[in-house]
Each structure stands twice: as C-alpha cells, then as structure tokens.
Design a protein around this ligand. Structure first.
Ligand code: ARG
Length: 457
C-alpha cells in the first residue's frame, strides 16, 4: 500500500500491533456504503470517468454481498477494514479500483465509517430503551394499588406503590432516549471531504455525498472533521447513564428477591442456582448488569483519556476509539436484551410489600399532618408524633394499634378518626399531588408517558 517510499517490508510484529481489522471489520457495511457515495460523487463531478465510477460501485456491491454470504473472509493480516476492501476491489476490477481513493484519506474515511456505524447502533439501543419503558409501564399498570414502603437511607420512609416506584425508572429511561437522540443529531455531520486534514484540490461535492448518506450537513472544518471523536464520547456517556439506571434498578431487584424482602420472585428462566447450596436461586443477571456498568464507565474513561492530549489532527491513538465505543454499545445491548424479559416475567408479591409497609411507622408523617389539619403548626405536630412513635416502640405496638387514650395523653386534638387518617390505604390515596403515588396520580403519569412514547417511537 505504501509502495514507493519504503524499501523494506514491515516487521511482522509492527504489522500485528498496528492492525485494527480484528475490531474494525464490523464496519464493513458502512465502509462500502461510504465508498459507494464517494465514487458516485467522483463520477458525477468528472473527477474520474463515469464508467469507472460505475465499475467501482458494482464491484463494491459484489464485495458487500460476498461478505454477507460468507464467501469473502476478512484477511487478518490487512491493516484495517478500509485497506482490505480497497485491495479486494482492485483485485477484482483492476485499475479502476485504484481510483476510488482519489480526494479521500483513511482519516476522513474512518471518521465517516464510525459515524455511519454508530448511527445504526443508536437506533437499536433506542428501540430497546423504548421497549423497556413500555414493559415498565405495563407492569406499573398492573400494580397501581400495590402498596410498598418508599425508602430514604434504606429506611422505611413513606408509603408508595410498586407502580410509582418502577415508573421512576421509566422517567430515567425517557431522558436516556433524549440523550441518544441528541447524540445522534450532533453526530450526523459528514466528515468526508476533509481528506487527510487539509481538504483537497479536487472540485468535490460534499453536499452531494452528505445527502446520499443521509447526513444533515458537512463538517465545516477539515481538521475538526478528521479529528473529532466527541460523538463517541457523547454516546459512551449516554450509554453510561443507561447502564447506571439499569444498575440501580438491578440493585433493587437483587434486594427485593432476597429472603429479607421477598417483594418479588424472579422467573426460573432468569435466575441461576448454586453448585453447592441446593436452596439457592440467584439473581445473576442483575448482578452482571451491575458489574458491567463499571466496564462501560471504563470505556468512557478510555475515550476521554485517549483524546485529551492529542494535537490536531489525526493521530494513531484514535484507532483506540473503536474497541471502547463498540464495547460500550455491545454491553448495553446485551444488558437490555436480558433485562427486559427478566422484568416482564418476574412475579410481584403484593402481600410482602404491604406487610413491610405496615411496619416501620411509615405513616408518621400522615399522623403529624392529621394534627396540622386540626390547626396545629407542623413543627409541634412533628414533635407530638415523634413522642407517640417513641411510646409505640417502648410498648412494642404500631401507630395503628396504639390505644386512642394514649394519643389523647399527648394531644387532645386526637380523635377516633385518626385511625382512618393513618391507615396505609389512606396514606397512599391522599398523596395525589402530581407525580405522587396515589393510584390516580400514577395512572396519569403512565398516560402522559404513553403519549410521549407514541410521539417518539
Ligand atoms: N485504522 C485506522 C483507525 O482506525 C484508520 C485511519 C488510519 N489513518 C492513518 N493515517 N494511519 O484510526
């Protein structure tokens, strides 16, 4: 490929070290798609003969077909996918193949290929996120009245419902989808035509290539065009957030399916056993997701660190972008693919959630609010209720089972109706503020979410 300048063959070790075909061959389709658009433009502009352009395009289409049919294997000794396809083309169609690289460099070619490739990957990840949001909404609809404790500091805090709890994750994922969309939009700019770094003397038509490939515009600075990897970092960051959300959800599922909670039971098909302890049913899927989140953060860190010290324009360091971003992409897809059916098939155990909500004085705020509604300032009501909780703990009872006479000793505003006011169901029903856990508030939240989903799907 570098014939002319060099007098020696490359050292085999350097060739292995330098080669990226092991991890960039997956971009073969983008590479061919980009080359077809480039060749069409070269022919249209008369930079190469029309007949040559057609020959190149035909040759590239045949290569694509052969790769997809398994008739053409990647050569592991090739330097990268770009070199491999160009060499194969020339092998097949002769000298016309040697004209494809006119007014182009591998620097703008690789920048183009990654964008084309990631554009498709984003569509897939996005579709999976939408599917997960739908699954959450469907599970929530079935659990509008499933009362459970809401926690702060992992201490029972106030009563909520399971629907309310999991819908929080649907909201996170909606933001994730928004971030994927932002990334895709900013990424959708054509770098081709930047050439090695300084554009070209040929009269190329970048707008034509841009519209052939479905870009929204062209990179306005050729140095930036070849050396920008912001889009990889943005995507890795969007994926890191998805992973963080999946990991938090996973952590909760791990807790919920423990014997200490038993709020849910995983389907047998989505749990694993132990090689020694016959009683075990382990939530391996969720633990792996939690574990793989660190790996994706690592990918993001790799990209950030790789970019921070490299001067303009292209430097070989940037070849390291692909393993990191493809690993992040593959990992999040793998996690979503498993997480969705796991969530779909898990069984909710409402009795256990309710039993946990009945303990831990999670209606204490409501007890204080009862006094506030009878005219007492909140701080005084807070103190009175705190005293009642203290008495309950000493007596080994709950606010629901404490005698009214005891209530009256602390404050004469208490009446028989306090028991209705602090019942779990009342506590949940009364929290009907927008975004709150009352079944009708959560139903409204689900309705809005579904409208949003149909807008964005
Ligand atoms: N395999 C290279 C990469 O992934 C392609 C670009 C090579 N350009 C160059 N001037 N060596 O970055």
């Amino acid at each position: 490929m570098w014939a002319g300048r060099f007098t020696k063959q490359i050292d085999e070790r350097v060739n292995d070290f330098n080669s990226s075909i092991k991890f960039d061959s997956r971009m073969y389709k983008s590479d061919i798609e980009g080359s077809i658009a480039h060749a069409a433009m070269l022919g249209e502009k008369g930079i190469i003969e029309k007949s040559e352009s057609e020959k190149i395009i035909e040759g590239l289409r045949a290569i694509l077909e052969d790769i997809e049919n398994g008739r053409l294997q990647f050569d592991p000794a090739a330097e990268d996918i770009h070199m491999f396809i160009e060499a194969e083309l020339t092998k097949r169609i002769g000298s016309a193949g040697k004209r494809l690289h006119t007014a182009r460099s591998r620097n703008d070619q690789v920048a183009l290929d990654i964008r084309l490739c990631l554009r498709d990957e984003i569509k897939e990840i996005r579709a999976m996120c939408i599917e997960l949001v739908r699954t959450i909404a469907e599970t929530a609809e079935k659990n509008l009245e499933t009362v459970m404790p809401g926690y702060t500091h992992m201490q029972r805090a106030q009563p909520i419902t399971f629907a309310h709890h999991i819908m929080a994750y649907a909201q996170m994922l909606l933001r994730d989808i928004g971030r994927l969309d932002d990334t895709a939009k900013r990424m959708n700019v054509l770098p081709l035509g930047s050439c090695a770094l300084a554009g070209t003397t040929y009269d190329i038509d970048r707008e034509m290539v841009s519209s052939l490939l479905g870009f929204d515009g062209v990179a306005e600075n050729s140095l930036d065009g070849v050396s920008d990897r912001d889009f990889c970092i943005e995507l890795a960051s969007a994926i890191s957030l998805i992973m963080m959300h999946l990991s938090r959800f996973s952590e909760e599922i791990i807790l919920w399916c423990s014997w200490e909670f038993k709020f849910i039971e995983l389907d047998d098909a989505y749990a694993t056993g132990s090689s020694i302890m016959p009683q075990k049913k382990n939530p391996d899927v969720t633990e792996l997701i939690r574990g793989k989140t660190g790996r994706v953060y690592g990918d993001l860190n790799t990209l950030l660190t790789m970019m921070k010290g490299i001067p303009l324009a292209y430097n070989k360091d940037m070849q390291e972008d692909k393993e990191a971003i493809f690993d992040a992409v593959d990992t999040v897809k793998l996690c979503l693919k498993t997480f969705i059916p796991m969530l779909e098939t898990m069984t909710v155990i409402p009795e256990n959630m309710r039993a946990a909500a009945a303990k831990g004085f999670i209606n204490a705020t409501d007890c204080a609010d009862y006094l506030v509604k009878k005219g007492m300032p909140f701080r005084d009501a807070y103190k009175a209720t705190g005293t009642l909780v203290h008495i309950c703990i000493e007596k080994g009872v709950t606010l629901e089972t404490l005698e009214l006479s005891e209530y009256k000793k602390i404050c004469d505003k208490f009446d028989e109706d306090v028991f209705e006011a602090i019942s779990l169901d009342t506590c949940v029903m009364q929290r009907a503020s927008r975004g709150g856990p009352a079944p009708k508030a959560v139903a409204e939240q689900i309705k809005l979410l579904k409208n949003k989903l149909s807008e964005i799907s």
